[in-house]
Design a protein around this ligand. Structure first.
Ligand code: SF4
Ligand code: SF4
Ligand code: SF4
Length: 406
């Protein structure tokens, strides 16, 4: 067999047989990225290199349009960080253009009742994960791996069940935001949760699989599916004015935003964990962590927390995990993302025929960091909407923000 196998029951990916030219590129990509044959973990990288467009995400956007038309439902969409630096590729913008305002307007025009920012969910994940990191460090229960990439977690379950106990118990930002929409948002707006449809818009096909584990999110659609929706509904994206996300779950910090790039989860968690340990803002280098930024497959550093030091590693691509597996015991905290460059390079992002994927990913990464620098609030613990959510709801009523991975 010279091409990847796409099973009928794969909820993330499909092959349009009539378009396949049997070139074998998908298998080459899968081996480079994951170092195995025919055992799909839903990373979606084969979609990015299939030359004939035969591989595509499993499309779910028609179901979303049907929910929007059905007046019985309040339809809420929440937008992952990396979508806003990729959508412009389909409408003639320079790769990496930061188009948050137009993106929100497009979603409102499509007819979503509320448009929220998943950077809010990312800030929640950062708060919970920073706490967990400190607990584990103080009790020598390390290393701790990040949990927000479902392809990585699936890989660990299949090939290294012995390290599941080392994966953070925090749900991913999308799973946390889905849980908050069906509890906090539903209660605050007095809407029955059965009447809410929570739609996650992501750069990632693997989140379609993750959703089956955390069904508070009803449907996951990718950036590429949103582009199809915009085009099919005849919306002129280029002429849209900017709009802002809706409040309550609509504002994240710079830290929440850089979740979309490799090294970003790590950098954001460290900013907040430093504050939790020392009760003061982290030093400047926590805001420009150059040695864990960029697209290298393996990055490492040692970070001074005053009371102790933390050894960190940042990995992109599952094949890199295989290469460094034995060495990983030396670290306290390890971020793993399955896609090159992190979620900005996810399999649900649009394809671009003009520039190389590497150049495009670099522009997306640069623009994410630039936007973090421009944010007034760059740390999750300072986000007032997060403080409100904890004070007025999570600490009183309890929302399940953790998995059962133990
Ligand atoms: S989605 Fe990823 S793991 Fe699955 S076949 Fe494609 S490249 Fe391989
Ligand atoms: S890369 Fe695309 S065209 Fe080539 S074998 Fe795979 S599915 Fe077919
Ligand atoms: S790196 Fe991001 S886009 Fe890629 S599979 Fe993981 S979560 Fe999805």
């Amino acid at each position: 067999m010279n091409r990847v196998e796409v099973k009928e029951d794969n909820v993330c990916l499909k092959r349009i047989e009539e378009k396949c030219i049997n070139c074998g590129m998908c298998l080459t990509t899968c081996k480079q990225n994951n170092d195995f044959e025919n055992d799909c973990i839903n990373c979606g990288q084969c979609i990015m290199t299939c030359p004939s467009g035969a591989l595509v995400p499993k499309y779910d956007y028609q179901k979303v349009i049907n929910y929007i038309k059905d007046t019985n439902y309040t339809v809420v969409v929440f937008v992952a960080p990396a979508v806003r630096v990729a959508i412009g590729d389909a409408f003639g913008f320079e790769p990496g253009s930061f188009l948050e305002g137009k993106l929100v307007s497009a979603l409102k025009k499509i007819g979503f009742d509320y448009v929220f920012d998943t950077t809010f969910g990312a800030d929640l994940t950062i708060m919970e994960e920073a706490n967990e990191l400190i607990d584990r460090k103080l009790s020598n229960n390390t290393p701790m791996f990040t949990s927000c990439c479902p392809s990585w977690v699936l890989y660990a379950n299949k090939y290294h069940p012995e390290i599941i106990k080392n994966i953070s118990t925090c749900k991913s930002p999308i799973a946390m935001q889905g849980a908050m929409i069906k509890s906090y948002f539903a209660d605050m707006y007095n809407i029955k949760k059965e009447q809410i449809k929570a739609i996650s818009l992501t750069p990632c096909i693997s989140k379609k699989y993750e959703r089956t584990l955390y069904p508070e999110t009803d449907i996951v659609i990718t950036t590429s599916e949103l582009i199809l929706m915009i085009k099919e509904l005849g919306i002129n994206f280029n002429d849209l004015e900017d709009s802002e996300f809706d409040r309550l779950l609509g504002k994240g910090s710079g830290g929440g935003l850089i979740f979309g790039v490799s090294g970003g989860v790590m950098e954001s968690v460290l900013r907040t964990a430093y504050y939790m340990v020392n009760k003061e803002k982290a030093p400047e280098e926590f805001y420009e962590f150059t040695n864990i930024r960029g697209e290298k497959d393996f990055k490492e550093a040692e970070v001074n927390f005053m009371k102790f030091k933390i050894k960190i590693a940042v990995i992109s691509k599952v094949s890199t995990i295989k290469k460094y597996f034995e060495k990983l015991k030396e670290y306290d905290f390890i971020e793993v993302m399955s896609c090159p460059g992190g979620c900005i390079g996810g399999g649900g992002q649009p394809l671009n025929a003009i520039k190389s994927m590497e150049e495009i990913r670099k522009s997306r990464i640069d623009n994410m960091y630039q936007n973090d620098r421009e944010q007034k609030i760059r740390e999750s613990y300072k986000n007032p909407e997060i403080q409100d959510a904890y004070d007025s709801y999570i600490n009183k009523k309890g929302v399940n923000l953790h998995t059962n991975n133990k």
